[in-house]
Design a protein around this ligand. Structure first.
Ligand code: MCN
Ligand code: CUN
Length: 810
């Protein structure tokens, strides 16, 4: 009889194990960067530019130096003497650390003060006199490429204009042919506005340089500590083995904590100069105004359609506003991230995507915020386009999607833009969603309500996301290949410590990685402690973003556990005095095939590794695995929202929201649900209320939480989650796919599509996010599209969102 352990009881795969990290979080015993105090620590504050574009005529810091308690004032000029006024970005650009010649966005770092306490430092910042000469400002891609536009990056040689890149992918000729054959061509233009991750904890660092040992330790808020170590080694020209980056508890990252920020660099230099620990903690408005924004992309595209609903081809053009420095973190080969994952779930024969990136006088950004390298824009555009195309064709929204889905038997499927999607059951997910929301009944109710002047709407969004960058053939950042790692040490009593190259920011890795070990080795999850974020102890990894942890580091956890099990098997053979070939494994135990009662537990093997090894065997039970995934994992989801819109005010309420997520095997179903709920909440906020934009002078509008709204439990609607569709990834060791970003990626289009459906009688094609009541009201009242980001509004560019064009006229 089997003596295998009950996997759920030991907290293995599929157990909704309570999050172990929450024990310290809910007791207020987390250890965030700002909780750390070191002996002799000083405090740093940053002086930021009030202007978006200006020449710096002079900086006079003498009054700041005179304030008691001030230890150091750093300016761009001083940085320049150490070759640190500029730093390289993750996208082969340069970024100012402290401004020297000009300021190029509002909020740019101009000077730093290091003082005995943060208040003195802040006061001293205000005592610095900076004389600016204002310059004309650019706040969108249209202005960036206009004749006579000022060249923002005149610091760079060979930069004659504001264009960063022109990039294309797909088959132009094949796509042109598809459009020639089309019965109908549907068009859509839209703007995915800037959005901001706004984690509860802002960015910060404590640099601690020890002259005696030459060792630099930096405690900091980073999602990718090893990348930071490499960057510090290269930028500051310090030996890599004498740099230790520690990322302690993180209070939310959401992509905000991927880039390298000037504050980190300045605190490091200050600590080296002063030989004291220097702490920098960003404040809320500093975070909102200056760190890693996301999106700000204009999409202008068209779809070639056959009358019966078959999609023949798609053309996409994207204009991306990157702000003053191209500092996106994304695989180097892909200038506009993985935007070409658009339409990956649909069987479309031909596609062509062109993209142009431009500079503007705005904070650098472009990728971060639950996006998986711009998949958020890709999926939003895809599902808005699907909605518009179905309307143009007069075909049912659900039916149009279903008939164009990649079918279950087509996997692995090569998309028009060259991705290979791994697996999925798209139609089944849609069916589950339609049934849950009561699709047919709702359509009837909607028609009846309309007769009474009530506007009900239903929006469908699907998403498939390339998660787990990546395989090293295609994915690297600045040449460093995007693999990941896990290191597992099993102690003699069968307790273990696991370290990975990833870094949790709230996702629950301490809980879920232990579950993978439990699944592979039969060690109870509670016997495995997980540690991440210290480069002196964790194996090299590329960090946590793009929902890559489960697909890559999680796979490494499974693989290292298997290495441990292979050695344990040899130990078991030795203990049981049989040959290895005669040994079988069941969860937690090896036994003799011919005599199943004769067995040893994994814990007995662990003890033997330190006390009773066979001759010639190296003692100990530990190993490391580096995992280079063969492909990305491709989760799929269907999100369906129903709303009621008040035509008098433009206010809309969510009636119901159904989410069907297929992320393959779920390690911890409760954590997966938490990820989805959080993502849907963010999606709702982006669609409904979050607005961070710029006026004509480049002032950041929405740089505080009175204007940039975070949803609370009060306004967030309820979500109905479905988990019945499970399509394991065929190439992941435990069949899991990533999930961390899915709902934020796929959710926004469902909300917008629902509102657009409710007002479909007006003929309005597009309202850009956020769907604030005044925009919805304007669309209903004036029967016109409300598109574009201020100061560019629809009036300036009539018909921005396109229309149906008969073939031949496009
Ligand atoms: N998981 C699981 N089964 C699966 C897939 C995932 O149990 N099939 C679990 C994982 O083990 C992990 C969590 O779900 O505990 C998320 O896993 P994964 O999808 O691999 O994503 P990452 O761990 O790489 O997290 C990154 C992702 C990103 S890129 C953003 S942005 C985001 C997100 O996670 N930021 C977050 N979710 C967040 N959640 C919190 N609380 N805080 C953030 O900053
Ligand atoms: Cu794009 S935000 Mo997450 O990948 O860290």
């Amino acid at each position: 009889m089997s003596q295998a352990l009950d996997e759920i009881k030991i907290g293995g795969l599929g157990a909704s194990r309570k999050r172990v990290e929450d024990d310290r979080f809910i007791r207020g015993r987390g250890n965030y960067t700002d909780d750390i105090t070191l002996p002799g620590m000083l405090h740093m504050e940053i002086l930021r530019s009030p202007l978006a574009h200006a020449r710096i005529k002079s900086i006079d810091a003498s009054k700041a130096w005179d304030i008691p308690g001030v230890r150091l004032v750093l300016t761009g000029e001083m940085m320049a003497t150490r070759n640190l006024a500029w730093m390289p970005t993750l996208s082969y650009d340069t970024q100012a650390v402290l401004a020297t010649d000009k300021v190029r966005f509002q909020g740019q770092e101009v000077a730093c003060v290091i003082a005995d306490d943060p208040y003195i430092a802040k006061d001293a910042c205000e005592a610095i006199d900076v004389e600016y000469e204002p310059l004309p400002v650019i706040v969108n891609p249209v202005q960036a490429v206009a004749d006579g536009a000022p060249v923002i990056r005149d610091d760079k040689e060979n930069q004659p204009d504001n264009v960063i890149y022109n990039w294309e992918v797909g088959d132009k000729a094949g796509t042109d042919r598809a459009f020639e054959q089309a019965d109908v061509i549907s068009k859509l233009k839209l703007h995915y506005p800037r959005s901001h991750p706004s984690p509860i904890e802002c960015c910060g660092s404590i640099a601690d340089f020890n002259r005696a040992t030459s060792k630099l330790t930096v405690y900091m808020t980073t999602q990718a500590p090893h990348i930071i170590r490499a960057a510090v080694a290269m930028v500051a020209e310090l030996p890599e083995h004498l740099i230790r980056i520690v990322s302690p508890d993180i209070g939310g990252g959401f992509g905000n904590k991927v880039p390298v920020y000037p504050g980190y660099v300045c605190s490091i230099l200050a600590s080296i100069l002063l030989e004291r620990p220097v702490k920098w903690i960003e404040d809320k408005s500093g975070n909102l105004i200056s760190t890693g924004f996301a999106r700000d992309m204009y999409l202008d595209s068209e779809m070639a359609l056959r009358k019966d609903g078959k999609i023949l081809g798609v053309r996409i053009h994207a204009d991306a506003d990157h702000g003053a420095f191209f500092s996106d973190a994304q695989p180097s080969k892909f200038k506009i991230g993985l935007l070409h994952s658009a339409f990956a779930a649909y069987d479309i024969p031909a596609g062509h995507l062109t993209a142009r990136g431009t500079y503007s006088n705005k904070a650098p950004g472009g990728v971060a915020y639950r996006c998986s390298f711009r998949v958020t824009e890709a999926m939003f555009f895809q599902e808005r386009m699907m909605q518009v195309a179905a309307v143009d064709l007069g075909i049912d929204q659900a039916e149009f999607r279903r008939m164009n889905f990649v079918q279950d038997e087509q996997f692995p499927y090569r998309t028009a833009f060259g991705f290979l999607t791994d697996s999925g059951q798209y139609a089944k997910c849609l069916d589950v969603g339609l049934k849950a929301v009561g699709y047919e009944e709702f359509r009837q109710q909607q028609a009846e309500a309309r007769k009474r002047g009530k506007l009900l709407g239903l929006g469908i969004s699907t998403m498939t996301e390339p998660l787990g960058a990546g395989n090293s053939r295609e994915y690297d950042i600045l040449g460093i290949k995007m693999f990941d790692s896990a290191d597992l040490k099993v102690h003699m009593t069968g307790k273990a410590i696991l370290r990975t190259g990833a870094k949790s920011q709230g996702q629950g890795h301490e809980t879920t990685w232990a579950q993978i070990v439990a699944h592979e080795l039969g060690l109870p999850a509670e016997d495995v402690v997980v540690e991440e974020g210290d480069t002196d102890t964790a194996p090299f990894g590329m960090g946590t973003y793009a929902s890559r942890s489960t697909p890559v580091a999680g796979a490494a956890v499974a693989m290292v556990s298997r290495k441990i099990r292979a050695k344990a098997r040899k130990l078991a053979a030795h203990l049981l005095e049989v040959s290895e070939e005669d040994i079988e494994w069941e969860l937690g135990r090896f036994y003799v095939r011919s005599a199943p009662d004769r067995g040893v537990t994994i814990q007995e093997c662990a003890m033997a590794a330190y006390s009773n090894m066979p001759d010639g065997m190296e003692p100990g039970l530990e190993n490391t695995a580096y995992y280079d995934p063969p492909n990305l994992t491709w989760p799929f989801a269907v999100y369906i929202v129903t709303v009621e819109v008040d035509p008098e005010t433009g206010v809309w309420d969510v009636l119901n929201m159904v989410a069907v997520d297929d992320c393959g095997v779920r390690i911890n179903p409760m954590i997966v649900e938490g990820q989805i709920m959080g993502g849907l909440t963010e999606a709702y906020a982006m669609a409904n209320m979050q607005f961070i934009t710029f006026d004509a002078e480049g002032n950041c509008v929405g740089s505080n939480y009175m204007d940039y709204l975070l949803p609370t439990a009060w306004e967030t609607p309820g979500f109905e989650l479905h988990s019945e569709v499970v399509t394991p990834s065929p190439h992941h060791p435990i069949g899991a796919k990533g999930v961390g970003e899915c709902a934020a990626v796929g959710g926004p289009a469902a909300f917008v599509n629902a509102v657009m459906d409710a007002i479909s009688d007006t003929g309005v094609r597009n309202i850009d996010m956020p769907l604030l009541p005044d925009r919805v009201w304007e669309a209903i009242t004036y029967r016109r599209d409300v598109s574009g980001a201020p100061p560019v509004r629809a009036e300036d560019d009539a018909g921005r969102s396109g229309g149906v064009v008969p073939p031949g006229q496009n």
